[in-house]
Write a protein that binds this ligand. Structure first.
Ligand code: NAD
Length: 452
């Protein structure tokens, strides 16, 4: 395997050196090819996602494919303006002359992706990487084997396989991949592995983008539009059975509306997934290890208000609401990453803000309130990768917004223009004209000639 990896990296490096990835036309051709791949191979994408996660049609299209195609459309429409060098002013002392920032492709990028949105979280980074004119080596997650096989089969078929390569495998392969030198590494997954990635990157001083997770809080104030809030939270939490990095992890609900809000959540769970969600197209948990972990979290976390059924054999966990939450339990210690929603009451906003600030900075934060003062107070006094007010998850769908974490929830960001910048080197270029050459900087620099 190590010789295959070295040969693949060498091939990508030689392609990059050939300069074929630099022109806008090549980049746009790759983006169009990626869109064509998703459209033409829709049945194969759907089958892979069904096999890995029991993902239903609507979820597969909306959360995996259309997010990528809207990133592609946005990049194609804006690429020529993104690529244009940006002129900046030049200090008087350096005139006559000019200054600009050029956006230079970095080179060969390693992209290691996770299992939970195995198509989207592999291809959306590629939109930014290829728009910026790089070559890329992709390592999909071994935990979503059908999606990994789909990517390995079709990416090289549709895209320029001199510049885009896929190597499948698990931890052993990822470890070998990290022996090589890259010009940038993007890793999406958990914080423990992120430290391994960063340590490997440090050996070559390789810049990294780390897209991680965390416990994203969701706060519902008493003045929120409760019915809409409940519907949107049930959607955001239980999409992909809660295996979403930006899913609301736990709820803070004002004590005056807690019981009523619990009933509304139950109403929408039943409306969306039926009385027995196991019979619906509710997504499954990725493997039995994670199913057992969720079972333990449900048992230790508090009182089961709704759901709670688990079938390890079927990798099924019912949409579950927990109240009387034990804040020291596993449920509140680690990212849940499953369809289990703890509900905590609060009486004042500072209590919520302190709770959030006492814990690692999350990837997302949600606040539902009819008052912009309340929204601003929470958003302005907490830190998170992103925020969505009066909805969940939707900020990820806007290509104008950078997507990334802060502190333990990640570093760097991509999507849209920010993604183009992330995978480009911003090269400072000053051009000094030779028409005049004043002598003030040349030695001898006596005290009388140096003023500051
Ligand atoms: P995972 O187990 O699929 O791991 C992700 C990738 O890391 C895989 O390709 C895997 O092969 C590789 N990997 C695993 N161990 C490794 C090692 N020792 N060395 C090198 N590579 C290794 O996915 P996961 O970590 O279970 O994903 C879930 C986590 O990812 C959650 O915390 C979630 O919040 C986070 N996540 C974040 C985002 C985001 O965009 N910020 C998106 C999805 C998931």
């Amino acid at each position: 395997m190590s010789s295959l990896i070295s040969a693949t990296v060498a091939k990508l490096r030689s392609t990059f050196r050939s300069r074929k990835t630099r022109p806008a036309a090549w980049r746009i051709a790759q983006l169009k090819a990626m869109k064509k791949l998703l459209k033409e191979r829709e049945p194969e994408v759907l089958a892979a996602l069904k096999s890995d996660l029991n993902r239903p049609y609507g979820e597969a299209i909306l959360a995996e494919c259309s997010l990528v195609t809207s990133e592609i459309d946005h990049a194609i429409s804006n690429l020529s303006s993104w690529m244009k060098p940006k002129s900046v002013s030049t200090p008087m002392v350096h005139l006559p002359g000019s200054s600009k920032i050029m956006y230079e492709p970095k080179g060969v990028v390693l992209c290691i992706s996770p299992w939970n949105y195995p198509i989207q979280l592999c291809l959306a980074p590629l939109v930014s990487i290829l728009a910026a004119g790089n070559c890329v080596l992709v390592k999909p997650s071994e935990l979503a084997p059908a999606s990994s096989a789909f990517i390995a089969k079709y990416l090289p078929e549709y895209l320029d396989n001199d510049a885009v390569a896929v190597i499948e495998g698990g931890i052993d392969v990822a470890t070998e991949l990290l022996q090589e030198q890259y010009d940038h590494i993007i890793y999406t997954g958990n914080g423990t592995v992120a430290k391994i990635i960063m340590a490997a990157a440090a050996r070559h001083l390789t810049p990294t983008t780390l897209e991680l997770g965390g416990k994203s809080p969701c706060i519902v104030a008493a003045d929120a539009s409760l019915d809409v809030a409940a519907k949107r939270i049930v959607f955001g939490k239980f999409l992909n059975a809660g295996q979403t990095c930006i899913a609301p992890d736990y709820l803070f609900v004002h004590e005056s509306i807690k019981d009523k809000f619990g009933e509304l959540l139950k109403k929408y769970i039943v409306q969306f997934f039926g009385e027995d969600p196991k019979q619906s197209e509710f997504s499954r948990i990725i493997n039995t290890r994670h199913t057992e972990r969720l079972q333990r979290a449900i048992q230790s976390g508090g009182n089961i208000l709704h759901g709670g059924q688990v079938s390890v054999e079927d990798k099924y966990v019912a949409p579950t609401l927990i109240d009387q939450v034990n804040v020291d339990s596993e449920l509140m210690r680690d990212e849940i990453f499953g369809p289990v929603l703890p509900i905590l009451p609060f009486s004042n906003l500072d209590e919520v803000i302190d709770f959030v600030l006492d814990r690692p900075k999350p990837l997302a934060l949600y606040v539902f309130s009819g008052s912009s003062t309340t929204q601003d107070y929470i958003v302005g006094n907490t830190s998170s990768g992103g925020v969505c007010q009066n909805d969940c998850l939707m900020h990820i769908t806007n290509p104008e917004l950078p997507f990334g974490g802060v502190g333990p929830s990640g570093m760097g960001a991509y999507h849209g223009h920010e993604g183009f910048i992330e995978f480009s080197h911003r090269k400072s270029v000053m051009n000094r004209f030779t028409i005049v050459d004043p002598s003030f900087k040349y030695p001898p620099l006596s005290e009388s000639r140096v003023n500051w």
